[in-house]
Write a protein that binds this ligand. Structure first.
Ligand code: GCB
Length: 625
C-alpha cells in the first residue's frame, strides 16, 4: 500500500469540515484553442470579472444544466469559482492544516486559491486534495476565492482513452471544427462531479490507515497499520467499539493486530440475518510539538471483519461460497449527469434490495466513496472497477498509458482498500486484450495491483476470444461479457443456450478459473410489446434473461460464481444510430421505474438467496422493505 493516504474526510474532536457544495460561477472557454482562460489568467480575479458567467450547481455535470447544445457537447476547459469564508480560527492557528478536497472532476483539473495554484490532477472518478493553509495565511483575505479549471479532453494515454479529431474539409465542416472520439458506451459527462470541501487536521495527523481482517473460530483479527505525518514521535491509541458503541478491544502503536472475541463478521446482504456489521476503529494520536504544545488527532474508521478467497470453482466470503446475483450500474441520472446525488443513491439501494441483488460492479470507473459506505453498511458486495474502459487502440498499450494506469490503480486502492464491501479489483473493461502488447500490459498491471493489496483477487472484464485473450492467465476470476441474440445473431433467441454453454465450457476448459457473467442483457424501449417477442420489446428482454438463466442454473453448480445484469438502469450515451436516447438495457428506466425484466430478476434473485443464504423468515421472498 502507498504511504500517502486518502482517508475519507470525517469530523471528529480534532477535525472540522466545511462543505463547498451549492452554486458556483461557471464559464466555458469557447475560444478556438480553448486557452483564453489561461492566456488571460482568469484565476487571478473573480470569474464574473472575466466575462459572462452562469450559475452552476456542484456537484453535477454541466452538460444537461442549460439549453445550450454547445455546452452539452463541449470539449475543452471550463472554469468554476466561488468565494468561501474560512473561519478566522483556521487562519490564525498555525497548528491547523486546512485541506481543500475535490471528490472528483472530469478529467484534468487545476486548482487555485486566491490566484495561487495549489494542485493539479489527471483523471476523473477519484479524489484529490491540497493543503492550502500557507496560501490563505499569506494573504488572509475574506472571503477567499477558489478557482477550478477542468478539461474533459481525453488522449490515447488517459483513462479512459480518447482522441481529438480535427475535421479540416472546409466544404463539409466549419473552420476549426473538431470532435472527440471515444470507445466507451456512456455519455462523456464532465464537470465537478462530487463534493468539494475544506477540512482541517492538526499539523501532525493521521494520514493513512490500512486494515486487513481475518478470523478463526469466534476470534476476529484486525491487522492495522497507521501512518502519521507531521511528526515521527507520535503515540497512538486504538479503540475498537462494536455496533452498540461498546469498547471491545484496544491497542497501542502504529501497527499491530487487534483480537476481537465473539466476533460479529461482516456478511453480504441476504447471506446472513445481520448483514453489513461494522465495528468502529478510533485512532487517537498524541504528540508534543516543538513548542511544547499537545497536538491530538482523532479519526474513526468503520471496519468490517471478513475474508475473501478464490478457488478454481468458488468465490468464498468468510469461507462460505458466495454467488454474485447482482447488477452493473452507472453514475447517471437526468439533469445531474454523473453528479453525486443522495436521493438517487438511496433510491438505488432501495431498488437493489427490492430486487434481491447482493452485489454490483462499479462499471466502468470508481464510484463515489459515499456509495461504498452504503455498501459497507448494507452488505452489498462490490467489484471495484477502475476507469480502464475503451482501451482499444494499440497505442494505448504503450509505456505512458501503462504508467498512468498503474498510478490510477494506486489512487483507487489507496482510497478503497478498507471497505469490507469491496471484494475484488477490476483493472479494465473490455480492453482489446487479444492484441499482443496486452499480455505484458495486464501481467504488469495485475501484479502491481496485487502488490498494492495482496488480500483481494484481481480481474478485468473481457469480451475477447478465450483462445486469444492475453491477460486471462493473470486474473483470479474470469469475467466475461456476452450479448447473444443481440449484437450477435440479433433476434435469434434460440441460439442463446447453445452459445452461452459453449462460452462457459471454453473459458473454464482453458483456464480452470471461476467465471462471472459480468454483462448480458437486451435493450428495451419501455412500453414496447410484441408476441412473439422481437428486439427492443419488454417481452424480448424477458426472454433473453430467462434463456441466460437456464444456463446459469446448470453452471452455477460447477464453476460459474455470478451473474450481473447489464444494466441496472437506462443511461445516457453519445448520440448514434444504435442508441434511442441512450442505452436502454436497464431493467429500470433512467427514472428508476421497473420494466418487465425487473420482475423476472426479482423473482430469481430472491429464489437464489433462499437457496444459498441463511435467511430469517421475514426476508423470505416476497418481502417488503
Ligand atoms: C458492453 C460494455 C458496456 C455497454 C454494453 C452495451 O459490452 O461493457 O459499456 O454499454 O456492452 O450495451 O453495448
Amino acid at each position: 500500500m502507498t504511504n500517502s493516504g486518502m482517508l475519507f474526510p470525517r469530523e471528529s474532536l480534532s477535525r472540522e469540515i466545511k462543505e463547498l457544495n451549492g452554486l458556483w460561477s461557471f464559464r466555458a472557454d469557447f475560444s478556438p484553442n480553448r486557452k483564453l482562460g489561461f492566456e488571460q489568467a482568469w484565476y487571478k480575479q473573480r470569474l464574473a470579472e472575466t466575462g459572462p458567467v452562469l450559475d452552476m450547481p456542484v456537484p453535477a455535470s454541466y452538460n444537461d444544466i442549460t439549453q445550450d447544445p454547445k455546452l452539452r457537447d463541449f470539449i475543452g476547459w471550463v472554469w468554476y469559482d466561488r468565494e468561501v469564508v474560512v473561519p478566522s480560527r483556521w487562519v490564525a492557528d498555525k497548528h491547523i492544516r486546512v485541506v481543500l478536497r475535490v471528490g472528483s472532476a472530469h478529467y484534468y483539473s487545476v486548482v487555485w486559491v486566491n490566484g495561487v495554484k495549489v494542485t493539479e490532477h489527471n483523471g476523473g472518478h477519484l479524489p484529490f486534495e491540497a493543503e492550502i493553509g500557507e496560501v490563505i495565511r499569506a494573504v488572509p483575505t475574506t472571503p477567499c476565492r477558489i478557482t477550478i479549471a477542468v478539461n474533459n479532453s481525453l488522449s490515447l494515454e488517459t483513462l479512459p482513452p480518447g482522441s481529438i479529431q480535427y475535421l479540416n474539409d472546409l466544404t463539409r465542416y466549419p473552420k476549426g471544427y473538431f470532435v472527440q472520439n471515444t470507445d466507451f458506451d456512456f455519455f462523456n459527462y464532465a464537470g465537478v462531479h462530487r463534493s468539494v470541501l475544506l477540512y482541517t487536521t492538526p499539523q501532525a495527523y493521521v494520514n493513512d490507515i490500512t486494515v486487513v481482517t481475518d478470523f478463526a473460530d469466534s476470534i476476529g483479527a484486525i491487522t492495522y497499520d497507521v501512518v502519521v505525518s507531521g511528526s515521527s514521535k507520535a503515540s497512538l491509541k486504538i479503540t475498537l467499539t462494536d455496533g452498540d458503541g461498546r469498547c471491545v478491544a484496544t491497542s497501542t502503536g502504529p501497527s499491530g493486530v487487534i483480537k476481537v472475541v465473539d466476533v460479529m463478521l461482516w456478511w453480504p446482504y441476504l447471506m446472513h440475518e445481520r448483514p453489513g456489521y461494522l465495528y468502529n476503529m478510533e485512532v487517537h494520536m498524541q504528540v508534543i510539538d516543538a513548542g511544547g504544545d499537545l497536538l491530538e488527532d482523532m479519526y474513526t474508521l468503520p471496519v468490517g471483519i471478513r475474508t475473501v478467497k478464490v478457488t478454481s470453482t468458488q468465490f468464498l466470503i468468510n469461507n462460505k461460497p458466495f454467488y454474485f446475483h447482482g447488477v452493473n450500474k452507472h453514475e447517471d441520472s437526468d439533469l445531474r449527469g454523473k453528479g453525486f446525488d443522495w436521493p438517487l443513491v438511496v433510491k438505488d439501494f432501495n431498488l437493489m434490495k427490492w430486487l434481491g441483488a447482493n452485489s454490483f460492479r462499479t462499471s466502468h470507473y470508481p464510484y463515489a466513496e459515499e456509495i461504498l459506505h452504503m455498501c459497507d453498511r448494507h452488505g452489498i458486495v462490490v467489484i471495484d472497477e477502475c476507469p480502464g474502459v475503451g482501451i482499444k487502440d494499440i497505442r494505448s498499450f504503450g509505456n505512458a498509458s501503462l504508467a498512468h494506469h498503474l498510478d490510477v490503480m494506486g489512487e483507487m486502492v489507496t482510497r478503497d482498500k478498507n471497505h469490507p464491501s469491496v471484494v475484488m479489483w477490476s483493472v479494465a473493461n473490455e480492453p482489446a486484450s487479444e492484441m499482443p502488447p496486452a499480455g505484458f500490459y495486464f501481467k504488469t498491471l495485475i501484479a502491481h495491483t496485487k502488490a498494492l493489496d495482496s488480500t483481494r483477487p484481481v480481474t478485468y472484464v473481457t469480451n475477447s476470444n478465450y483462445a486469444r485473450d492475453q491477460g486471462a492467465p493473470f486474473v483470479d476470476v474470469i469475467c466475461v461479457n456476452s450479448y447473444f441474440s443481440w449484437y450477435h445473431d440479433p433476434g435469434a433467441l434460440e441460439v442463446i443456450s447453445l452459445q452461452l454453454n459453449t462460452q462457459f465450457e471454453e473459458w473454464y476448459g482453458k483456464y480452470q478459473k471461476p467465471i462471472i457473467q459480468s454483462e448480458y442483457g437486451a435493450d428495451v424501449v419501455p412500453g414496447l410489446h410484441s408476441d412473439p417477442p422481437t428486439m427492443f420489446t419488454e417481452e424480448y428482454q424477458v426472454m433473453v434473461l430467462q434463456s441466460y438463466h437456464k444456463v446459469f442454473d446448470q453452471k452455477r453448480k460447477q464453476y460459474v460464481i455470478g451473474e450481473l445484469i447489464w444494466n441496472f438502469a437506462d443511461f445516457m450515451t453519445a448520440q448514434g444510430v444504435t442508441r434511442v436516447w441512450g442505452n436502454k438495457k436497464g431493467i429500470f428506466t433512467r427514472q428508476r421505474q421497473p420494466k418487465a425484466g425487473a420482475y423476472i430478476l426479482r423473482e430469481r434473485y430472491w429464489r437464489i438467496a433462499n437457496e444459498t443464504g441463511i435467511l430469517p423468515p421475514w426476508t423470505k421472498y416476497p418481502c417488503s422493505l
